[in-house]
Design a protein around this ligand. Sequence first.
Ligand code: NAP
Length: 488
Amino acid sequence: MSGGDMAKPLLGHQSMEGDLSITPAAGRAIGVLGSGDFARSLAIRLVCSGFKVVVGSRNPKRKAGLFPSAAEVTFQADAVKKTDVIFVAVFREHYSTLCDLADVLAGKILVDVSNNTEINHHKESNAEYLASLFPACTVVKGFNVVSAWTLQSGARDGNKQVLICSNSQEAKRTVAEIAQVMGFTPVDMGCMSSAREIENIPLRLLPAWKIPIFLALGLFLCFFTYNLIRQVIHPYIREQKNKLYKIPIEVVNTTLPCVAYVMLSLVYLPGVLAACSQLYYGTKYRRFPDWLDQWLQHRKQIGLLSFFCAALHAVYSLCLPMRRSHRYQLIETAVKQAVEKKMNIWVEEEVWRMEIYISVGIIALGLLSLLAITSLPSIANSLNWREFSFIQSTLGFIALLISTLHTLTYGWSRAFDENQYKFYLPPTYTLTLLVPCTVILAKVIFSLPCIRQRLLRIRRGWEKGRYVKFVLPSATGEYSSRETSSNV
Ligand code: NAP
């Protein structure tokens, strides 16, 4: 969490669902200014939700056919006169053209649904701009995070939340009631100063994924270059063999598991660092550094990217025998055998290594799939805290252990074979083991009873060197307080 974020209250935005009674809003007349895509979808949803809808257009005759017959399509001024709550489904650039309606709009609630094309596009938010043009109206920002498509298809699919903010509690409550009757979940985002934040939300491209994606790309690039040197450049320089054909599949397929494995360990490393910090300072109330906080918050995305790379690795591996190069190599080996009159090339150790390696890899992928599925909000919400933490923490750690076994059975004795050190570079799998083995070792140390007990106490609020007040009964039966160190 950044410093700025820390300044905000933890439970700042509240779902307004519980506060609202559903019935009063239904049946009332709602105005919609504009007859575009959003206005049309909004009118359809409002009509379906039992509202009387009056659409205000500059050209009602031409636009009437586009709306459901239950909706009245009329001139803007007429629509405004007939309703108290009016959705302004018009782009910001055209707000000023509505100024002629200022008198009829006075005292009414205007719902600003607009979005921008760029983050922080204007000095003031669109809603604040609308409020400045119509000071006699109460403006509520809302519904902009819902697309016209979602409105039309209903709130069954996709995000059901409608973020709302306004300086008037009463107006906010009215719009929240309407949203709830329409099947959405109104979320109170506070006063009008939040409008800019709400308007920026639909413009943000995967904000929580940026760091994990860059991390995955960075790791991919490093391991890809390393594998390229070992698998393509080394044979070219040392033996003048052209192995460029290996780049699209073989090099990529040796890179993907490295990324997946290291990323999986990076899901558990911040937890280990956090535990170290808590043990060192003897408290859980000391703030983690910002970078660790950010890292802890991105664990889900890092885990999902690890699963993505592992799944790609599985598909690539299944396709390996399909390659023409593989077929040539098989035939070449068979011909060599025939020439050398070798009848049996069965190597028991190799057979066992491969069987175990593949089986363990499949189990690891299965566990990763389970972790990925349970991280989906709809599934996660159906689990209690114990179930969720068992799957994400315990099964996740088991997945890391099994992935380590998969890597070790893949490497087998290669680390001890000097031919594997191309340009003195160790085999890639030995590098990938570094972070996961550190995490596993740390987890083993944390599971030692003396450390585990201390960590558990810290996590239940115990603090090193802090004096706490115990209330003790005296000999006379009266209670007296005494300060003592919780260390004792
Ligand atoms: P649109 O299809 O272009 O419709 C805009 C409407 O504005 C027109 O149909 C027009 O209706 C009306 N309008 C009023 N004064 C105007 C003027 N001077 N010049 C041009 N048009 C004028 O746009 P939209 O997609 O419905 O979007 C409307 C608002 O909803 C925008 O602020 C947008 O940011 C917001 N929004 C849209 C979506 C979405 O999925 N489309 C999602 C969230 C928010 P008349 O000709 O009948 O007057």
